[in-house]
Write a protein that binds this ligand. Structure first.
Ligand code: NI
Length: 401
């Protein structure tokens, strides 16, 4: 398809997609509570005649499939997240949040509307599509539960590759950011209970002080990243909570700590629970305390597949111009549950410029309307080219600009 046709098709759906975004922005729903959003998505898909399932994975997930009619081929998946955040919006926009204390501060209103727009365009071109497109409208991204639930429900079974975008305020509208390899960190957490022996603070020799033990554990854990992880491998080990005690003259019986462990290296991630517990066990043994250690595996590392990323680059260069495809120098230590899909199929995430002067997760953030045309065109064209290159029959060729 030439660029003009693609742009025309995107322009044709844009008024409705923009209305949808405003509607979603005005009616944000927290993670796990995306009832209205999922219903709105389902109604739009239903009106178009796109087959889809609702309440996927026991959540508000909506999973649709567009079956190409050109020939049998692979399945390419596109993901958009739907949930909002517990933040009070500060905005004069006519479509500002109508729900007190809840707003689309991460721009998922834009992601959902964008995916719906891509669905409309891909459905319109299904006669020319050489394979299938799976659309994942995902709930509960902010609490990193939605993706895993969709994966367990089989939403990405048979998918050859998967793509997501995230609106990015630091990039101007019309620009994208891409990166191969690790892009976002794994995020695991742990909980530690230290048990000593409480008593009168005037008679410490009769006690085993869990506050002192906990303080030594916190300090000792800082040596893990400093001395057991390569300085060239980004990693974070933070003890973030520490609760103990009730009065200044009472030594507590126990202390409770929790923290997070993040890395860009999947092998290092696997090794870490053993390392952390070894340090805890050593300190507790030395200071006569007992402990219970619970490790919670959270989101894996987001590792962008080079082939999928390269395809996004190529499409970006053709649609936006080479100067608007920005190579991201750094990964971030933030996490994204998109990583769960990547354990099932290769894929990539890219950043879509929103040019918003406000940061993500702040009261002034707004995905805006202007990024939609670019986001829809990029998703549609990446899916189309992937299917062309990965379906049977004639050798793939792009008839593009
Ligand atoms: Ni987000």
């Amino acid at each position: 398809m030439n660029q003009e046709t693609l742009r025309e098709r995107v322009a044709a759906v844009l008024p409705e997609v923009t209305r949808v975004r405003h509607d979603l922005h005005a009616h944000p729903e927290l993670s796990g509570d995306e009832k209205r959003t999922a219903r709105l998505v389902s109604e739009h898909l239903g009106r178009l005649g796109i087959e889809h399932d609702t309440n996927v994975g026991g959540t508000h997930g909506v999973v649709a499939t567009i079956r190409g009619r050109a020939r049998d081929g692979a399945t390419f998946a596109l993901r958009g997240d739907m949930d909002a955040l517990p933040i009070e919006e500060e905005s004069d926009a006519p479509y500002r949040s109508t729900v007190p204390g809840v707003m689309h501060a991460c721009g998922h209103d834009g992601h959902t509307a964008n995916l719906l727009g891509a669905a409309m365009v891909l459905h319109a071109m299904r006669d020319d599509l050489a394979g299938n497109v799976r659309l994942l409208f995902q709930p509960a991204e902010e609490v990193v539960r939605g993706a895993e639930a969709l994966v367990e429900a089989g939403a990405v079974d048979g998918v050859g590759a998967i793509l997501m975008l995230h609106g990015w305020p630091d990039l101007a509208v019309g620009k994208i950011g891409v990166r191969n390899g690790p892009a976002m960190a794994s995020s695991d957490s742990f909980r530690l209970e230290i048990r000593g022996r409480g008593g009168h603070a005037a008679y410490p020799h009769d006690t085993v002080d869990p506050v002192l033990v906990g303080a030594q554990v916190v300090t000792a854990l800082q040596s893990v990243v400093a001395r057991e992880v390569s300085p060239l491998s980004p990693a974070v080990l933070s003890v973030s909570t520490f609760h103990a005690g009730t009065a200044h003259n009472v030594i507590a019986g126990e202390a409770e700590l929790s923290g997070t462990w993040r890395t860009l290296d999947p092998a290092l991630r696997e090794r870490m629970p053993g390392v952390v517990e070894r340090v805890i066990a050593g300190v507790c043994a030395a200071l006569r305390a007992e402990y219970t250690f619970d490790y919670h595996w959270g989101t894996p590392v987001v590792v962008n597949d080079a082939a999928v990323s390269d395809l996004v680059r190529e499409v970006g260069r053709d649609l936006l111009g080479p100067e608007n495809v920005v190579e991201l120098a750094d990964a971030t230590m933030g996490a994204e549950d998109f990583a769960y899909y990547l354990q099932k199929a290769p894929g990539a995430m890219f950043r879509l410029g929103t040019g918003c002067p406000h940061r993500l997760h702040t009261p002034g953030y707004d995905f805006g309307d202007a990024p939609l045309a670019h986001g829809i065109a990029l998703m549609v064209e990446t899916a189309r080219r992937y299917l062309l290159a990965n379906s049977a029959a004639e050798p793939a060729h792009y008839e593009m600009v």
